[in-house]
Structures are given as C-alpha cells and as structure tokens.
Design a protein around this ligand. Structure first.
Ligand code: CMP
Length: 140
C-alpha cells in the first residue's frame, strides 16, 4: 500500500478538555506519523472556507461557530494508507455509531463536537493539507 498524507484537525471540544496527547497517541499507535502540526485559532472566514463543501447543509452555521469556539490542532499525518487508516482510527462521524476503541467513541461529545476531522479522499487530503501548510512545513 502506498505511503499517503492526510489532514487531521483536533477540534475545540478536545483541546478544551486537554485531550490532544491522548488523541495523538491513538494516531501514533495506529502507525501514523505526525509530520506537521500547529495549534491555531480559526477565523470565521477560514472555518467557512475550509468547510465550504458543506455550506448548503443545515448544520453549516453551527459547525462554523463550533470550530471557531476555541483552539484547534491542525496536523499532517503520514503512513501507509494514511487517509483510510486515519478514518478508521477516528470512527464514525456520529459517536453513537462509532466502533469501540475509536477516537470518537472514546472522546466525542456529539455529532458536531466529535473531537477530530480527517480528510476523506486523496484529492481532499491534498487540498486540505495545502489549506494549512506549505511544503516546507512538512517534515517526514
Ligand atoms: P467532519 O468530519 O469535520 O466534517 C463535517 C462536520 O460537520 C462533521 O465532522 C461533524 O462534526 C459536523 N456535523 C454536524 N452535524 C452533522 C450532521 N448532521 N451530519 C454530518 N456532519 C455533521
């Protein structure tokens, strides 16, 4: 399987509860490597642009407000099949449907405050990584 890179965001519900270390340990235990990382506060314009694909969805406004409600940690994760592996480690979007041992099952508060975001496909991963990081910021 090819080595890939994917974008991960540790969301405000998780940074507020001081869970970044526990979440990163889940990525590392699964064989993913953190090759870039920044703790930032998203502006409203940045959150709207990042989640632009969801702008017609009924939850868009609340999602943007939630994502700017506190710091987030944006990261590039690298590894064999990293995009799917990250999604497996995160678990289902709705924590009620997430499998045992996944990040969302263990830590998420709700479908909105679901602790982590991860890219869903190779093209999305490339675009989402570019949204936050220059090539020079990524050290594999
Ligand atoms: P994420 O993987 O970051 O992508 C979009 C986010 O919208 C999703 O995780 C959820 O946190 C949030 N969201 C809120 N409500 C819903 C919903 N009903 N269906 C899907 N995503 C939702």
């Amino acid at each position: 399987m090819a080595v890939e890179r994917t974008l991960s965001i540790i969301k405000p519900d998780a940074t507020r509860r001081n869970l970044t270390g526990k979440i990163i340990a889940k990525f590392e235990d699964a064989g993913l490597r953190v090759v870039a990382s920044r703790r930032i506060r998203l502006s409203q314009a940045e959150a709207e642009a990042f989640y632009g694909v969801h702008k017609e969805r009924p939850f868009f406004k609340d999602l943007v407000q939630f994502m700017i409600s506190g710091p987030v940690v944006v990261q590039v994760l690298e590894g064999e099949g990293a995009i799917q592996k990250n999604r497996d480690v995160m678990g289902a979007t709705n924590p009620a449907n997430a499998a045992a041992g996944t990040i969302r099952k263990e830590f998420a508060e709700s479908i909105e405050a679901n602790s982590v975001h991860g890219s869903d496909a190779p093209e999305t991963a490339a675009n989402e990584i570019k949204f936050f990081f220059r090539d020079l910021d990524i050290v594999g």
